[in-house]
Design a protein around this ligand. Structure first.
Ligand code: FAD
Length: 564
């Protein structure tokens, strides 16, 4: 039987990041990936080879913001392994039905000038709003980049600027209370508090709701950071697509002697005397792990699908039931459309400029439009009567992703996983069939054509993936690409549950990483890095831990003293 220090279940980008840190620390690592392509929800694939050869599609993630809030790219020197980020500017375009539009640039000042064409007041407020949320991001970055229960790691991440940011948002009782209230309220309430104009409120609502819930959902005020991040650190895409990030990680992992095996679905985690000692894949092959098994898939899948109940119940009698019943996955996921196009979209009614197509384009006519796009999914309805959507034409920034002169279009349409009233039919009983997904895709494209009428005649080929198919591809419950919902009650030291929130589990040697762990989903690599830190701290002698903690605190103090 093959043996490695560490076996990682799943080669999503977080599994790969985690592997890279462990390999660099001298451990041998095997990654087992169920698909034939590594990367999970971060792949770029030529998925229409017959109808549209040479067109490369980002099947899931496309716009990268969170990864620039952490040190992964620099620490792992991913540029050396082929990664090159292309920054978007403008970052977002949202045409409004009345002919106005929101054009967000990377520069806050330029964005305010755009807003001021329609509302001086909102332009002024937008600057204050963005500066507030950027300070909030600065204050939170140290927490994102550390295990949630590792206070010394968190403290060590504060430099003087981040301390200033922290004090500027919670530096007095009234500021703290305001911040707490902002966290408890909804994105919609915050947007209404700051702004008057619908052409601005609608795209802000749409971006806030990217966390996977309606803008009215209380306790998701933090969604306001989604636009603020586009100004700083900015929004970027790897040249060649999101898969180029995965490729750089693979290059690094392999250069360090790591092994990645594809078409290897892990079916069982092997436990011996309360300790994870390896895994068994479909077909029966077993791989031994002498120091640990790390899961890139969420705790619910791990404990409910991959472990024998008998291996867990003696150690944590309530865990199975808590994972089964307490973890929340609402019903919202994505119907994904990829188009190969003859020519770029043209926003005829909005004084078309090609720069509109550099960032993301939001079809969000009003806050109410966005609200329905999300809340309908929760109750199992498909919001396709008047579709709202998030689209990207990546080939405008990176022409290498299609044959010369041609383009691709990435369309994200929120849709329910389980369709109400169609239980027991379609794929996995969700109600989704090929006919239905294509009907919905037609409606989405019809709506887009209201804004960019040339879309229909430009289509060379298309790929439509229903929520049920997305769920099958990713293996995630209810097609949840964040593994579990990103609501406040499941964040930080609640993610996925308080008792397993620090990447460790009651089974010795079994660790969790991935979107289902702190700080959550999206392309960030943070769960992978944080989990690697916990693993390494567990395996380091106590004296080394103390030295590391001392260094972190010293660096923070030095940065404070240097400035003062
Ligand atoms: C349509 C779509 C658009 C998105 N857009 C963005 C975006 O623009 N920006 C952004 O930041 N985020 C975006 N996201 C979210 C982001 O892609 C994910 O949150 C992130 O990629 C999750 O990474 P991960 O490594 O934690 O998990 P995953 O990518 O889910 O990786 C888990 C891996 O484990 C494998 N696996 C599962 N079960 C097993 C098993 N039993 N044995 C072996 N392997 C297994 C899976 O195949 C997968 O490779 C999007 C997601 C979707 C679906």
């Amino acid at each position: 039987m093959q043996a490695y220090d560490v076996v990682i279940i799943g080669a999503g980008h977080n599994g790969l990041v985690c592997a890279a840190y462990l390999l660099k620390a001298g451990y041998s690592v095997l990654l087992l990936e169920k698909r034939s392509v590594p990367g999970g929800a971060a792949t770029t694939e030529e998925s229409l080879p017959e109808e549209a050869p040479g067109f490369k599609f980002n099947l899931c993630a496309i716009d990268h913001e969170f990864i620039h809030l952490g040190p992964v790219v620099e620490e792992l020197e991913l540029e050396k392994y082929g990664l090159k980020y292309l920054y978007c500017d403008p970052v977002v375009f949202c045409p409004h039905p009345d002919g106005k539009y929101f054009l967000g640039h990377k520069s806050l000042e330029k964005t305010c000038t755009e807003i001021a064409r329609y509302s001086e007041r909102d332009a002024k407020k937008y600057a204050e709003y963005t500066e507030y949320w950027q300070r909030a991001i600065g204050a939170m970055i140290p927490m994102f980049n550390a295990p949630p229960k590792s206070v010394l790691d968190i403290v060590g991440n504060y430099d003087v600027q981040k301390l200033k940011d922290l004090f500027s948002v919670i530096g007095s009782p009234s500021k703290t209370l305001d911040f707490v209230r902002n966290m408890l309220t909804s994105a919609e309430d915050i947007i209404n508090e700051w702004f008057d104009s619908e052409f601005l409120k609608a795209p802000l609502a749409r971006l806030s709701a990217e966390l996977g819930a309606p803008p009215s959902q209380k306790s998701l005020g933090i969604g306001s950071i989604m636009m603020a991040m586009r100004h700083n650190p900015g929004m970027a895409r790897p040249r060649g697509g999101t898969g180029a990030l995965v490729q750089a990680l693979l290059n690094l992992v392999k250069s360090q002697g790591g092994v990645v095996l594809t078409d290897q679905q892990v079916e069982r985690i092997l436990v011996d005397d309360g300790r994870a000692v390896g895994v068994r894949v479909a077909g029966g092959t077993e791989y031994r792990a002498t120091k640990g098994v790390i899961s890139n898939i969420d705790a619910k899948r791990v404990f409910l699908q991959l472990l024998e109940p008998g291996d867990v119940n003696g150690l944590a009698p309530e865990l199975h039931e808590r994972l089964e019943r307490r973890i929340v996955n609402n019903n919202e996921t994505i119907l994904k459309i990829d188009l190969a196009l003859e020519e770029p979209l043209r926003f005829e009614h909005h004084n078309h400029r090609d720069e509109y197509l550099i960032g993301s384009v939001l079809i969000a006519d009003s806050v109410r439009h966005v609200e329905i796009a999300h809340s309908a999914c929760t109750v199992g309805d498909i919001p396709d009567a008047d579709p709202s959507m998030y689209i990207v034409m990546p080939t405008m920034l990176d022409p290498s992703m299609a044959p010369p002169g041609k383009h691709t279009l990435w369309i994200e349409f929120f849709a329910p996983y389980q369709i109400a009233g169609k239980e027991g039919t379609g794929l996995r009983g969700t109600g989704w069939t090929d006919e239905l997904k294509n009907k919905v895709a037609d409606r989405v494209i019809d709506k887009l054509a209201d804004y960019a009428p040339n879309v229909k005649n430009s289509i060379i080929a298309r790929r439509v993936e229903s929520p049920a198919e997305l769920g099958e591809r990713l293996g995630a419950y209810k097609g949840n690409y964040y593994h579990i919902d990103m609501t406040l009650d499941q964040m930080v030291f609640f993610r996925p549950l308080p008792e397993i929130a620090n990447y460790k589990t009651p089974i010795e040697g079994l660790y969790l990483t991935g979107a289902g762990t702190h700080p959550g989903g999206s392309i960030s690599g943070m769960p992978g890095r944080n989990c690697a830190r916990v693993f390494l701290q567990t395996h380091q002698p106590f004296s080394q831990k103390l030295r590391e903690a001392g260094n972190s605190v010293r660096e923070t103090l030095e940065s404070v003293l240097r400035i003062n």
